[in-house]
Ligand binder design. Structure first.
Ligand SMILES: Cc1cc2nc3c(=O)[nH]c(=O)nc-3n(C[C@H](O)[C@H](O)[C@H](O)COP(=O)(O)O)c2cc1C
Length: 293
């Protein structure tokens, strides 16, 4: 299906975009109005956009229903300061409760059962239960339209970051497995970032990967290697060569056993290479694949 956005209602545009632009991290924004009333609301139109200056942006939209604006938006127009609290799995139900449309002046810290902790450089309080929070000054508010569903970019400069000691190793290095972020997808769907579902992809560094076009065609068009496997193989800096010193009993067995049938041998070798790549053993996989040339 192809959807032409100009033919969809605003609710439909929102529906498809929120399902495909996902998962989105959640900014749990604490703001304050001129009278000192505190507001706390979650926003998944949120991300970081710059490190120098350190900029994060979230977007309280105009309501699709009636084109009204949100209290968080009104607050940052009055007092351009915000604390962005990161939502972890243990807070998700309470954070969702804080998204209820309580009347202006209602303190969602109280409604959703969170504890206030004074910030250092800005007036809105922090959420004590959040393990990572950013004290921010709002540097610009950019409305993206004046109709229902229009976003309002709240561009924030991060002044101070608070990170719970439990997330740091030696008071310095961030342990990504510990924060257990939650992120929002389409509709009521969320995902939980946990130790079990995290994985690493080694960053291509300054040296360039050889690329798919440099892969030998027997590998490039293999029936057994997926796009992920080829992506790993094509990320080496130069075309590998056979290492005579490479020792692998399983490889030896495949070559001995299947030498009479080249097609079966290719299948066995490619499937073995795929298993090695699944274990991030790229050099070994190359040696296996080069064994039939
Ligand atoms: C996880 C989550 C993410 C949300 N993300 C957004 C968002 O990015 N933009 C938005 O306008 N509303 C978003 N909402 C809805 C607002 O939180 C909701 O409208 C809230 O009542 C706004 O509160 P306020 O009027 O007190 O500012 C989200 C709700 C939840 C539960």
């Amino acid at each position: 299906m192809v959807f032409d956005l100009s033919q969809l209602t605003t609710a439909e545009k929102q529906y498809y975009l929120q399902h495909i632009v996902a998962p989105r991290p959640i900014c749990f924004a604490s703001t304050i109005d001129m009278e000192g009333n505190v507001n706390l609301s979650p926003f998944s139109f949120f991300n970081m956009f710059s490190s120098n200056p350190p900029i994060v942006i979230f977007s309280p939209s105009r309501r699709v229903r009636d084109n009204t604006t949100k209290h968080s938006f009104q607050n940052v127009m009055e007092v351009p300061e915000v604390v962005i609290n990161i939502v972890s799995y243990d807070m998700v139900q309470q954070a969702s409760l804080a998204s209820c449309e309580y009347p202006k002046g209602t303190d969602e810290f109280t409604k959703a059962g969170f504890t206030k902790e004074a910030a250092t450089m800005v007036r809105p309080p922090m959420v004590k239960e959040s393990k990572a929070k950013m004290e921010c000054k709002v540097v610009e508010i950019k409305p993206l339209g004046d109709q229902g569903g229009a976003g309002n970019l709240v561009i924030c400069e991060v002044l101070l970051v608070h990170i719970d000691d439990s997330l740091l190793v030696d008071n310095k290095n961030f342990d990504q497995t510990k924060l257990e972020h939650v992120a929002r997808l389409g509709g009521d769907w969320y995902c939980h970032v946990s130790k079990e579902n995290l994985f690493k992809v080694p960053k291509p560094n300054i040296q360039l990967g050889i690329g798919f076009d440099a892969l030998p065609s027997g590998i490039r068009y293999s029936k057994y290697l997926t796009g992920n496997h080829l992506g790993q193989l094509a990320n080496v800096h130069e075309m590998p060569v056979v290492q005579p010193s490479y020792e692998d009993e399983h490889l030896k067995n495949i070559i001995q056993y299947f030498s009479v049938n080249p097609e079966d041998m290719e299948k066995e070798l490619h499937q073995y290479a795929a298993r090695l790549l699944d274990q991030a053993k790229v050099d070994e996989a190359w040696q296996v694949l080069l064994a039939i040339d």
